[in-house]
Design a protein around this ligand. Structure first.
Ligand SMILES: NC(=O)c1ccc[n+]([C@@H]2O[C@H](COP(=O)([O-])OP(=O)(O)OC[C@H]3O[C@@H](n4cnc5c(N)ncnc54)[C@H](OP(=O)(O)O)[C@@H]3O)[C@@H](O)[C@H]2O)c1
Length: 309
């Protein structure tokens, strides 16, 4: 193990940041986490493990500075907001605090293919959900790369597996709980690259704690496998014991919704441009990856909450 260090973690009360935090602690390191709500169960769980929590948000410069002080590396988890430009502004606030505190190593989680999103065939100006989302990720990713950290690593999740379990599934798949059906704008043969937040945590910890990790100065797409929506329904049925079906939206409905509904827009995007993760390349880093089935088994309670009435 590398000698114990202290890291500045953002998004620690959520999936990806939480995975980074728990894996850092498990490897004998410490971290300081900026949290919006220290009384949230996920914040309290981290505190119980020995984490230092700093109360604040991405607009709170003094809190960001406090959380960065004394740290050697930072995990940056930008989150989209309704306000144009704010995700980039938040990222810049985190970067500024990290740089002022003398942090040398930065790992930031964005999204697959952020840097080439201006060349997506499907990203036309009127397709607001896709255009704005990737434009923002492209800008903040560049901000991290150009901030002057000694090393940086960009991690790019594809389709995060928790979208398929409660509570997030209620948003992504409104018909899942009642009708037991995944209704989407994917095509029947569209492969969806699945990413476990835990795996983002594993890559982040390697990049932050290992010298010559092989991840320095790299943009690293992450997924463990590609499944069609039908295959994902089969795995959900197998693990939950509840028969889950799938249905494709009509092309007519998709036409009506694609420029205004982010779910339809991104599922359709997956048909045309898509995440395109080279899974063999991901495996080449030698970091254990979580299959969709394993993820569902590990989170069975939330799977059952997604599919049972
Ligand atoms: N869903 C997908 O398939 C997918 C795919 C690729 C990339 N992504 C990206 O992944 C990111 C979400 O990651 P996740 O799954 O780990 O999300 P998550 O579980 O919802 O966690 C988000 C974390 O960010 C914190 N946060 C949000 N806004 C904040 C603010 N203004 N100030 C301080 N903290 C703030 C949240 O704090 P609270 O606990 O207080 O809410 C929480 O800790 C998004 O940027 C999304 O674009 C998602």
């Amino acid at each position: 193990m590398s000698s114990p260090q202290t890291f500045f973690i953002t998004g620690a009360s959520g999936s990806q940041g939480g995975a980074v935090a728990r894996k850092l602690l498990a490897s004998g390191h410490k971290f300081q986490a900026l949290v919006r709500d220290p009384s949230k169960p996920s914040s309290l769980a981290l505190q119980k493990l020995g984490a230092t929590l700093i109360h604040g948000d991405y607009d709170d410069i003094p809190a960001l500075q406090k959380a960065a002080t004394g740290c050697t590396g930072v995990f940056i988890l930008p989150v989209p907001t309704q306000t144009p430009g704010q995700e980039l502004e938040h990222t810049q606030n985190i970067i500024a605090a990290a740089k002022a505190a003398g942090i040398k190593h930065a790992v930031c989680s964005t999204v697959t293919r952020a840097e080439e999103s201006d060349r997506f065939s499907f990203t036309v100006p009127e397709n607001v959900p896709v255009t704005k989302y990737w434009e923002s990720k492209r800008g903040l990713q560049a901000a991290v790369q150009n901030a002057g950290f000694e090393t940086w690593t960009i991690l790019q999740p594809a389709w995060i597996m928790k979208n398929w379990i409660a509570p997030v599934s209620h948003f992504y798949f409104a018909e899942l709980k009642g009708e037991k059906v995944l209704v989407t704008a994917f095509a029947q043969d569209t492969k969806i690259d699945f990413t476990a937040a835990e795996d983002v945590g594993s890559f982040a910890v390697k990049a932050l704690t290992e010298k010559d990790s092989g991840l320095e100065g790299k943009i690293v797409p992450i997924a463990s496998e590609g499944l069609t929506i039908g295959e994902s329904a089969d795995v959900m049925s197998e693990v939950s014991g509840v028969k889950i079906g799938w249905k494709l939206k009509s092309e007519e409905d998709i036409e009506k919704e694609k420029n205004v509904n982010p779910k339809v827009a991104t599922q359709l995007w997956q048909r045309y441009d898509g995440t395109r993760v080279d899974i063999e390349q991901v495996k080449s880093y030698g970091i254990p990856l979580t299959s969709f089935k394993q993820f569902l088994e590990n989170n069975k309670e939330q799977l059952l909450a997604a599919v049972q009435d």
